[in-house]
Design a binder for this molecule. Structure first.
Ligand code: SF4
Length: 458
């Protein structure tokens, strides 16, 4: 047991997040202002928590021989953090803002050269292609929290219910969407991007999906809208009729998420389809001329080797998606995987790192470039999820949600609205409940939360 005592801190949470990257829960004990007798490490916060974290990082690197690539950074948005450092230097009139930011990422945050360059490159690219969000623009997110089955690693609000329940949910959702649309018009706000996620929105039957997407088009799409995305993650929910409905409603992007092209793994993770169904879904999307397709894959799935993952990437790339998002498996508390093997992500760390390195090189060679990334807790190897895109097809919504410099209005169960106050560069969260039945029952309260926390807030 490695005993760490923290002094002059309010809580241990952020420090513990760092310790967890090095050690398993049963291998350490972190306490604050406690008895230092027998402590392996005593760290005092002298006014800068990052310096205290650096002390921990260096001690644990020495102890374990590990050098986590994101250094002392435990937050999920390292590109946003990088952008803030660059901007601060620029505001001070510093002509070497990027160079100095890089030095700070390396020496102060202990980030590896590779990750520091990646974060800087992404920030530069995002500024070049999207810039700062226009005034009065917002992002729109709408959640359809139903899927045909629950994937082994899923930690989202994904329900498997009778279709009558889905329709009951949609009825409530329409009321929230109507309210938000009317209030946005009063405010003069418009949707810069629209993202329909979940769950799997394409679990809706064709006529219901068409009606819903047409409603979104009629109420939220405007001349200022640059992007309209519909997740159709599960190939077994896709058909030509639904794809045509999405296109007719104005959606220019969809997501089809294979996760792996290995049939045994698809079965293991709880999918009811094989890789042939994935190929068919891509062929249908091509036939429907949908525009831009994103494909998600996961590095570190149970039983998969580096060469399995390489094979998946190769096969997915051959399907021709404009975007490929490479996830590192995260074993979250709400997933079934955590019950089966809670330490899975600790063991997979090295394998996942190798998979991600392979992915970067392969996708670069195929003309994709990384444009956004985020991290999650409990990720294998404390790595990241990275969105790659063919130049000119980068996703605006994905970038804005990570940048946190624009209000995102989220509707439906588990929707987390984020209200951005530009003068203070501050976000306020206005959550909806995540259980869809409670959402239906307490819809008036959800609408009222938006009224108070969003529309009356500024
Ligand atoms: S498709 Fe996504 S939301 Fe649905 S069960 Fe799988 S991981 Fe969860």
């Amino acid at each position: 047991m490695y005993k760490i005592v923290l002094e002059n801190v309010n809580n241990t949470h952020e420090y513990e997040e760092l310790v967890k990257i090095f050690l398993r829960p049963e291998e350490y004990d972190v306490s604050m202002d406690g008895d230092t007798e027998g402590a392996d490490l005593v760290v005092r916060n002298r006014g800068d928590k990052n310096i205290a974290k650096k002390e921990i990082y260096e001690a644990l690197r020495e102890l374990t021989g590990k050098s986590p690539a994101w250094g002392i950074v435990t937050g999920i948005r390292p590109v946003k953090m990088t952008g803030e450092i660059v901007r601060r230097y620029e505001e001070e009139g510093n002509h070497s803002a990027y160079k100095n930011a890089r030095e700070k990422l390396l020496s102060y945050y202990c980030i590896s050269e590779e990750k520091a360059d990646l974060a800087l490159e992404m920030y530069r690219l995002q500024q070049k292609i999207f810039g700062r969000p226009p005034e009065r623009s917002v992002g729109i997110y709408i959640d359809i929290p139903f899927c045909p089955t629950r994937c082994l690693y899923c930690s989202f609000a994904s329900n498997q219910t009778d279709y009558s329940e889905t329709l009951r949910y949609m009825k409530a959702l329409y009321r929230e969407m109507e309210y938000v649309s009317a209030e946005m018009k009063k405010k003069g706000w418009y949707a810069e991007s629209i993202y329909i996620g979940g769950g799997t929105p394409s679990t809706l039957h064709e006529e219901d999906l068409a009606e819903f997407l047409n409603f979104v088009r009629d109420n939220y799409l405007s001349d200022g809208t640059k992007e309209f995305t519909v997740e159709m993650g599960r190939p077994d929910t896709i058909d030509l009729g639904k794809l045509a409905a999405a296109k007719k409603a104005g959606a220019g992007r969809i997501s089809i998420n294979p996760q792996t092209m290995k049939d045994e793994t698809l079965e293991l993770i709880g999918r009811q389809h094989d890789s042939a169904a994935i190929r068919q879904a891509f062929a249908q999307a091509d036939e429907a001329e949908i525009g831009i397709i994103n494909a998600d894959v996961i590095a570190g799935l149970p039983g998969e080797t580096v060469s399995d993952f390489r094979e998946t990437l190769k096969k997915v790339e051959e399907l021709g998606p404009e975007n490929i998002t490479v996830h590192s498996l995260a074993v979250k508390r709400a997933s079934k995987l955590v019950d089966i093997d809670s330490e899975f992500h600790y063991r997979q760390g090295r394998v996942v790192t190798e998979m991600l390195d392979n992915a970067r090189a392969f996708l670069h060679e195929k003309g994709y470039r990384p444009y956004y990334l985020y991290r999650q807790k409990h990720m294998s190897g404390a790595q990241e999820n990275t969105g790659y895109a063919k130049p000119g097809t980068e996703g605006l919504y994905n970038t804005r949600i990570m940048e946190e410099a624009q209000t995102i209005i989220a509707m439906g169960a588990s929707g987390m609205t984020k209200v951005y106050f530009p003068e203070e560069n501050r976000l306020e969260r206005v959550p909806n409940v995540s259980n869809y039945e409670i959402y239906i029952d307490r819809l008036d309260e959800m609408i009222n939360r938006k009224k108070e926390g969003l529309f009356n807030a500024y």
